[in-house]
Design a protein around this ligand. Sequence first.
Ligand code: ZN
Length: 241
Amino acid sequence: MKIPLTWRYLLAFYCLGALMGMSHELAHHVTGYAICGEWGFKTFNNFELAQGCSLAHPQSFWLATLAGPLLFNYLPLWIGFVMMRRANSGTRLFGVSLVLSTVPALRIFSVLKSGDETWLVYHFFGNDTLALWIMKACAMALILPPLILAWKTIHNRYKPLVYGLLFIGVPITVFYLVGIVLEGLIIKDHVLSDTVWGMPYMVLLAEILASIGYSMLKSHLWHPADDKLSSGSARTIAQMS
Ligand SMILES: [Zn+2]
């Protein structure tokens, strides 16, 4: 299966990556609301529970931290894994796109440094080195197989470049635009920083724009480059008959 290196595909992939990143924080935020009964605060990179929530709900407030990576990293990684094993090349293209849109490079960095997973280990086991290493091993066992299968599924001519573009190139530009530029506008410059449901207007605006972009372009995530010829010739044959 060949990745179609068209601007439409890359833009669709960009929108999907932005949506996955924002949905990760949204999952923290909405789960926090479900537990606490009131909204906390979220930007593009961070979330906070409503004040006093962790003391009021000590048994369950940690679920808000778990929800982000579980629902918008590990789950889509494995949905993508299943899709890449299907015979249909369009399904395999979407599987590859889904896996790499979760920005696994950032997840690996987060697992190895200090992200949600590390927070959960500290919460349950304190500063326990063994628990930390077990978490890292389990997280890598969940992240690496979909990445390896994505590598095997891509058959473009310059595979390392294409894989690198989707694994690190596009995600870095998503992270730069959303996680640094737009985040800085909210935090430092207070642009559209008033909130509704604990979310700055800037976050809502970006979510709406990425959703519109994705819904307009999503069909391009289902048509591999090597399918164009066959579907084109099928159409020609249909027209001739
Ligand atoms: Zn998170």
